[in-house]
Design a binder for this molecule. Sequence first.
Ligand SMILES: C[S@@+](CC[C@H](N)C(=O)[O-])C[C@H]1O[C@@H](n2cnc3c(N)ncnc32)[C@H](O)[C@@H]1O
Ligand SMILES: Nc1nc2[nH]cc(C(=O)O)c2c(=O)[nH]1
Ligand code: SF4
Ligand SMILES: [Mg+2]
Length: 239
Amino acid sequence: MSMLRVSEIFGPTIQGEGALIGQATVFVRLGGCDYRCSWCDSLHSVDSEYRHTWAPMETEEVWAKVAELSGGRPLTVTISGGNPAIQDCGPLIERGRALGYGFALETQGSVARDWFSRLAPLVLSPKPPSSGETPDWDRFDDCLAAAGQAEAILKIVVFDETDYAWARDVAARYPQLPVYLQPGNHTPPPADAEDAVIDMDGITDRMDWLVNRTLADGWFAARVLPQLHVLIWGNKRGV
Ligand SMILES: C[S@@+](CC[C@H](N)C(=O)[O-])C[C@H]1O[C@@H](n2cnc3c(N)ncnc32)[C@H](O)[C@@H]1O
Ligand SMILES: Nc1nc2[nH]cc(C(=O)O)c2c(=O)[nH]1
Ligand code: SF4
Ligand SMILES: [Mg+2]
């Protein structure tokens, strides 16, 4: 039997980021991460201090919750975290796929798994300089190789000019991948907050800057998207 450490399961809600923005989804957020991004907006699923809140659940229990929240109507389930690739999501993905559900997974690209080939899409979000983390590109390439023919996309968070230039370089290195640029939230919630004040004007200004920067640069292949759930619900957890 396969066990998962689950931080939260919620939905249905809309996918707020990237290629499937606006689509109905149920989130399975797993606990634990091999990174510590300075601006992480999901610290309650990262910081080991919160480990006691991550419920050990059998695949079947996780599946029952997803089926209940979706009313048994197939949709694309989003697996996120933390870094969900440090756990074995294969059995959950197969359980849902057999019933017509699809699975998208959000990861930074530091750990490759053979079940990446069962995803639609694999969302790879390599971390820019502002995060304080440095991607290992060999491991990142292993993730892409593991996806094989499955759809993969790049979703890069941009806070400033340095991040922007870095994003351009990364995109040039992976010309086959669609690129989504996402303005950073410089006011992410603390780990112990269910909600927290957010500087929405600051985020909107960064979105405005990022759109103009990308267009002025002639980078027309990039898609610039806000975190839609943040526009609607701010820093609220579980949406
Ligand atoms: C919380 S992470 C979990 C999945 C995985 N660890 C990762 O980073 O891709 C989900 C997405 O949120 C993004 N994210 C995290 N903190 C953010 C922030 N403060 N502003 C904008 N996006 C953020 C990440 O870059 C990632 O694309
Ligand atoms: N609505 C909504 N969309 C999201 N897209 C990626 C998220 C994540 O935290 O991985 C996220 C999230 O937490 N909520
Ligand atoms: S990799 Fe993702 S979950 Fe981990 S600290 Fe960074 S943003 Fe947070
Ligand atoms: Mg989030």
